[in-house]
Structure formats: C-alpha cells, structure tokens
Write a protein of this length. Structure first.
Length: 284
C-alpha cells in the first residue's frame, strides 16, 4: 500500500527538493515556536522595527541535538518516513541541525561541503549517490512575516555559466537586486510562502536563499542521509572543519537512543582534517 509520501522521491531526485504542506499540526508548530522563543530569548517584539527585511538574528548550530526540548523531532515518525521515502530506506540521523530565530541567509548559497558547482567530490556520484538532505520546519505564518523560501530547481545537477558568472559579479548583482529583488536573472527560482507546520526537504547542493522578512521568523533544521562517503564527509565537515560554528558532539544519551531506534549510522564517521575544495569562511 503506497505511503503518504508516495511519488515524492521522483520529484526530489528531479528538482532537488520537495515541499510538504502541514506535515506538522498547527498546534505542534505553535508549541515549537514557544519553546524556541523561550530558548533563544528572541520574541515577537524583536521584529517590530525590522529594517531592510533583516531582523534580530539568533542561531544555534547543533541546537536540536543538544537541546532536550527539541530532540523529540529526531524521532518523529512523519519526518523519518519523509526522509526515507525521498533518500532511501536506510536514511539515518545526519549531524547537521540548527535552531533559528530571526535568522535568514538572503544570498543564494548551498549548504554542502563543495559549494562551487561541479568542483569537489560532492558532485561526483560515480562511487556513491549523494543522499544527504536538510529538513526545514517553519513555524510562522506568511501573513505575519512575509517570508518566502527560495530554491533553484535542479541546481543540484546543473548550473549554467551565466548563473555562475552572475553569482560572482558584484556590480551586476547590485543592479539585479535593485531591479529584480532577490531573484536571479538567469535562473528561475521557486518561492515558497511557508506556513506553520510546513516542511521542505532539500539536497544540500541545491541553491537556495531566505527571503526578506517584515515580522517574526522561527525555523528548525534537521539533517538526514544514507551513510556513504558523501554522508561521512558532510558529518565531519560540520563537526571537524567548521570550527567557526562550534558544532557540539552528539550527547551520549541521545546517541544511544538513536542507535537503539535504528537512526544512528552503522559505521563510525572518520575525522577529517582537510578536504580539498571545501568551503571554509574567511577568518577576519
């Protein structure tokens, strides 16, 4: 009997993402928002005087795993079923998760290790398919926030030279933003006006950006993947190489529960001290 997410795998493999409206109940989203407000100290009042669509920002790398009030999401049957439908039945916990309050990245970017299209091992699937994904949960209404999540369909598989040039040309980008806002001139984006309980699961290699906001924005990001060389590299990249983010280790009690419920990787993730062509932010 087909599951509730039947047919999404094909769309995910084609476009690099799928949107599931109302996967969480509104009441659940409201409760998660309350917990996020309590944990972050960011309240709706902090969004009352937003300039240029950029509110107060707070983010907690690894926050879902290290904060007991959010760990239950890692065992949510709906989210696990969704991940395993689009990634494969062996999908497990991937240590890349965040809590966001007011935080949004308005520039087009990727979340994988090798962020320049076709440069680096993330883009080679000859030995193993790339089955690592980000799962985004949104907790505010579009009416109150104005927020839309932008993604470029199929950008996990292709990127035209015009788009590559556009993203590297600051003067053109300035003019483009004045004329077109956040959109790209040479690629058609899909903009998702999110509502409480909506979930977007997307390949880390997909180009995406957070839309400007005019009000409260709260979101939670989880990670899932099928363990192979891409999975291990992604895990180690955030744990060992992105020291700017200060990713925590997975708490032992949480690790044990993930293991008992078949959600922990079957092999130990090796520690990497260097990855050719990996994106590493400049240190001032």
């Amino acid at each position: 009997m087909p599951g509730r997410f039947a047919g999404l795998r094909e769309a995910y493999r084609r476009d690099g993402f799928v949107v599931v409206r109302g996967l969480l109940d509104v009441e659940e989203a409201v409760d998660l928002r309350r917990r996020l407000v309590e944990h972050s100290g960011v309240t709706d009042a902090d969004f009352e005087d937003v300039e240029d669509g950029v509110p107060r920002k707070w983010t907690s790398p690894g926050g879902v795993a290290k904060t007991p009030e959010f760990q239950h999401l890692l065992f949510d049957e709906r989210l696990i079923e969704l991940a395993r439908e689009v990634l494969g039945p062996k999908a497990v916990y991937l240590h890349h998760n965040d809590l966001h309050a007011g935080y949004s990245s308005p520039g087009w970017h990727r979340d994988n290790v090798h962020r320049t299209f076709s440069k680096g091992d993330d883009w080679s699937e000859e030995k193993a398919p790339y089955r690592c994904a980000r799962i985004a949960l949104y907790l505010q209404t579009h009416a109150e926030s104005g927020f839309k999540f932008g993604l470029i369909p199929r950008s996990h598989q292709r990127e035209s030279r015009l788009v590559q040039w556009e993203r590297k040309a600051p003067r053109f980008s300035t003019v483009r933003r004045l004329v077109m806002g956040q959109g790209l001139a040479f690629a058609r984006a899909r903009w998702i006006a999110t509502e409480p309980g909506d979930v977007v699961i997307f390949d880390h290699r997909v180009l995406h950006c957070g839309g400007r906001t005019r009000g409260p924005k709260y979101s939670i990001y989880l990670g899932a993947g099928v363990q192979n060389e891409h999975f291990d590299r992604h895990w180690s990249y955030y744990r060992d190489l992105r020291t700017d983010l200060n990713y925590p280790e997975v708490p032992e009690a949480l690790q044990e529960r993930l293991l008992n419920e078949g959600l922990w990787p079957s092999e130990e993730v090796p520690e990497l001290d260097h990855v050719d062509h990996a994106f590493l932010p400049s240190v001032a």
